[in-house]
Design a protein around this ligand. Structure first.
Ligand code: SF4
Length: 290
């Protein structure tokens, strides 16, 4: 396998075959993200991608049931490219259950519902999408490249095509100034997007990123732990997806939680309230990670 640079995947794809079909992220501008800063975006040569699929087929083709197509926003690939990859995966892996990838709202909006339906038919099942916020001023400040309405429309198209969504929001992204507005609008966007999975992560300011420079100049302040817990509480209290699997178990979070929203709302809010009152343990700073 010839991976180029560091390859990232969602925690729930730990057991998937990671197929690097693109290098980097076609957007590569979000102010908090340093995952692909060193990579110049390109779609990887098809012969290399097919060679990787063949290598895994020979080694363990009958064991692969999940494929995650990397890197940062692989949905950006054109339809013909996707078709070759998805056809090759179905042929190589007889037990294949799902193919997933990261996507941006722009990627989803750049494809017609018919095109998205074709991807679904060929085997793509799940897109991980990170609006990070639903608050337009916050989304603009973090250079998300798309706002509330773009994400709602992207989700509408995905649903119409039968693609599942996993949506990721970022506690702290609004800074101290828009902490509660960010949390409330994120809950509203989670409601509008109605994803199958919803995760919250906590913003970590990484040295060298644009947001770190804003922080150095006093133009961004990350909320403290209590304010972050209050954002979490607001999000859980207001998000109203139809039936979403909710997780805050990412290592960046202070309070790992899981359940279904809205079904488990009261229980989850109760745990957050206990944490705010000092009666539930928080993940210590040394145990937090990206
Ligand atoms: S779209 Fe995702 S991978 Fe690309 S810059 Fe933004 S956060 Fe990073």
């Amino acid at each position: 396998m010839r991976y180029e640079g560091t390859v990232y995947r969602p925690p729930s794809e730990a057991d998937a075959f990671i197929l690097q079909a693109t290098i980097g992220c076609s957007w590569n501008a979000c102010t908090y993200c340093d995952m692909y800063r060193a990579k110049q975006f390109r779609v990887r040569d098809m012969s290399e991608v097919l060679a990787d699929i063949e290598e895994v087929r020979q080694a363990a083709g009958d064991q692969v049931d999940k494929v995650f197509v990397a890197d940062g926003d692989a949905l950006v690939m054109e339809l013909g490219h996707w078709r070759e990859i998805l056809d090759a995966c179905r042929e190589a892996f007889p037990r294949l259950r799902r193919v997933s990838c990261y996507a941006t709202a722009m990627n989803l909006k750049a494809k017609s519902v018919e095109e998205l339906k074709s991807l679904r038919e060929w085997g793509l099942r799940l897109c991980y999408i990170g609006p990070e916020s639903g608050d337009d001023p916050t989304m603009k400040k973090i250079a998300k490249g798309a706002g509330f309405d773009d994400h709602a429309e992207a989700a509408r198209r995905a649903h119409e095509a039968g693609l599942k969504l996993s949506a990721i929001f970022l506690l702290g992204a609004g800074g101290v100034e828009r902490s509660q507005e960010h949390a409330r609008a994120s809950a509203e966007l989670a409601t509008a997007m109605n994803p199958r999975f919803v995760s919250l992560l906590t913003l970590t300011v990484i040295p060298g990123t644009p947001i770190a420079k804003l922080q150095e100049r006093g133009k961004f302040t990350l909320p403290g732990v209590e304010a972050l817990l209050r954002e979490l509480r607001t999000f859980v209290a207001h998000a109203e997806p139809r039936d979403a699997i909710f997780r805050t178990n990412h290592a960046s979070n202070y309070l790992p939680l899981s359940g279904r929203l809205p079904r488990d709302r009261e229980r989850i809010v109760g745990v957050v309230d206990a944490a705010l009152g000092g009666d539930a343990p928080l993940r210590p700073e040394w145990a937090r990670g990206l």
